[in-house]
Design a protein around this ligand. Structure first.
Ligand code: ZN
Length: 570
């Protein structure tokens, strides 16, 4: 009878268990010293060796001749447990035996001394599936266990196990296995099975296994009909497009070539490739590109390894970070919607077309991506939402026209406002919509007035001489080098965020939704705090107030006034 590879090559001693040395070494020492717990809880994702270790431990504690903490696998106890003839070692799947009656029956028989071995061992797999009353019944035995009893509980979902049970168990967390560990094991098994497994295919299988040895071996099983097993075999057996095709698809996206993208997808679709896996691969490739971009030196270990460095280098500079973020978001959305979609093909095509042409999406991520692209092309030196007078002012429409056309005239001309008494805010507000006459007034303003443009032109770089107060614009300028481009561009849009200084407090009014998600984070707020404290020369507290979208428009003119005032009297 054919035995699945993962069963055939299931580890039989602690030393055989790959990648979990932190657990196996501890358990071996406990077996040698005899200092065993009466209840263990093994936690970890599927296929990481929990039940294998549980069985090995059950054998080791009953073995007649344990070798350095490992079971000998030849004494009657070891062989009996392996063969299932020793009734004192019981494996229970809690998924199908989760009622209180099951546990009560277990409790009733648990009190009896073992018949043929030293310890009666209950291995309860997927223990989180037990009902509450079953857990309570289990707790009774765990509280006062007889000397001959041992429980080994295994779970993939720690948070579903009651704290009362957790506190009575010795916990061991199984790691997700490194691709290198899985690949090594696959090579070993392939050699023993007489299979020709190429190095590339072994690495690819290990990556697809996502940390699970069992999955890795099952995948190898699935490909074992081919000789040799190379990456092409693996890709076609799994219905995957492969890195080369994924890279071609991404190139079409970066070229904005919808036709090419749809043609490539059509070919892959005809070949029976899985659309979800295709989008997922595309997402992984973009994620790797983003990591290379934001952490070119330190982030190498975070890269998935799906694409080689040469492929990643080829895409260098083809996307801005904001574009990558947006594309990844779009891909994730499409992936999420794919599951229940009766027409997956159309869903993927829609996603590809919108990736190729960002102007087809109207959301903030799309706009950010477009702004970042314009910046990249040098349309504007900086995403200045509060432009100074001079050559830079000329490029303002390019960046701001997409986000705030309705406010354009007043917005661009604002620095030209004449100084206004605080008691007449209404006039200033109205003046904002009539830039013409206000401008000439502004030009004729007395020379000794502080020019707001000048104040912006020399933003304190942080940590300078103590100042009475700081302006939001100066803070935004000083924040620029600290933030990613996509995040920074949010700061320059008063519809998204506006900071107001009041004494030692900086209140950030942030638009609900995307802006809040991106900006209302500990690390970003810490940057604000540090930067604002540097500007003012004293500790500044930062708090956040969320703006509704309705509130944004209503308070906008007021917020701009406040800003105007602060620029004047800095
Ligand atoms: Zn033995």
């Amino acid at each position: 009878m054919y035995q699945a590879l993962y069963r055939k090559y299931r580890p039989r001693t602690f030393d055989d268990v790959a990648g979990q040395e932190h657990i196996t070494e501890t358990l071996k020492k406990q077996v040698v010293s005899g200092r065993l717990s009466h209840a263990y809880l093994f936690i970890g994702t599927r296929g990481t060796g929990k039940t294998s270790c549980a069985k090995i431990l059950a054998k080791a504690v009953n073995c007649a001749h344990p070798v350095n903490g490992n079971p000998c696998n030849i004494c009657p106890a070891c062989r009996g447990i392996d063969g299932g003839s020793v009734l004192d070692v019981v494996e229970i799947d809690a998924a199908s035996n989760n009622s209180v009656d099951n546990v009560r029956a277990l409790r009733d028989e648990a009190v009896f001394s073992p018949a043929s071995v030293r310890k009666r061992v209950y291995i309860i797999d997927e223990v989180h599936m037990l009902s509450t009353s079953a857990f309570n019944a289990l707790l009774k035995i765990l509280e006062e266990p007889p000397e001959h009893l041992m429980f080994i509980l295994a779970t993939t979902e720690l948070r579903k196990v009651p704290a009362t049970v957790l506190s009575r168990c010795q916990r061991h967390s199984f790691r997700r296995l490194d691709a290198a560990v899985i690949s090594e094991r696959l090579d070993d098994v392939a050699a023993r099975e007489g299979l020709t497994l190429t190095h590339d295919a072994s690495i690819l299988l290990a990556r697809l296994a996502e940390g699970s040895m069992r999955d890795g071996l099952s995948l190898l099983d699935q490909c074992s009909g081919a000789d040799p097993i190379d990456s092409e075999t693996v890709l076609s057996a799994m219905g995957l497009a492969g890195t080369r095709r994924t890279a071609e698809l991404l190139k079409a996206v970066s070229d904005g070539d919808s036709l090419a993208a749809l043609t490539i997808f059509d070919e892959l679709w005809r070949q029976g490739k899985d659309p979800a896996a295709l989008l997922s691969d595309l997402g992984v490739l973009m994620r790797d590109l983003l990591i290379v971009s934001v952490a070119p030196k330190g982030g190498m270990h975070l890269i998935s390894g799906a694409a080689d460095m040469e492929t990643l280098q080829r895409f260098s500079g083809r996307f801005t970070n904001a574009e990558l973020l947006r594309a990844m978001q779009r891909t994730q959305e499409a992936l999420g919607a794919l599951r229940d979609n009766p027409s997956p093909r159309a869903a993927v095509e829609l996603c590809l077309v919108s990736l190729c042409d960002p102007s087809l999406g109207g959301g903030l991520p799309e706009l950010l991506a477009r702004v970042s692209r314009l910046e990249e092309k040098g349309v504007c030196a900086a995403p200045a939402a509060f432009p100074a007078e001079g050559p830079e002012a000329a490029c303002t429409p390019a960046t701001s026209s997409m986000q705030k056309p309705e406010f354009e005239p007043g917005f661009a001309q604002e620095p030209g406002f004449p100084p206004m008494p605080e008691s007449e805010p209404e006039d200033v507000s109205e003046g904002g919509s009539q830039p013409g006459p206000q401008r000439s007034d502004g030009d004729s303003a007395p020379a000794e007035d502080i020019d707001p443009a000048k104040a912006e032109a020399e933003p304190p770089s942080g940590g300078g001489a103590p100042a009475e107060s700081a302006s939001w614009e100066a803070l935004v300028s000083a924040m620029k080098p600290r933030l990613a481009v996509g995040i920074y561009s949010l700061l320059t849009d008063p519809l998204q965020i506006m900071g107001v200084f009041s004494g030692d407090r900086l209140t950030l009014h942030i638009a609900k939704g995307f802006a809040c998600d991106m900006l209302n984070k500990q690390d970003i707020l810490a940057q604000f705090r540090e930067c604002a404290s540097g500007l003012t020369g004293r500790p500044i507290f930062v708090d956040v107030s969320e703006m509704d979208s309705g509130e944004k428009l209503a308070t906008r003119s007021l917020k701009e006034l406040e800003r105007f005032k602060q620029v004047k009297f800095i």
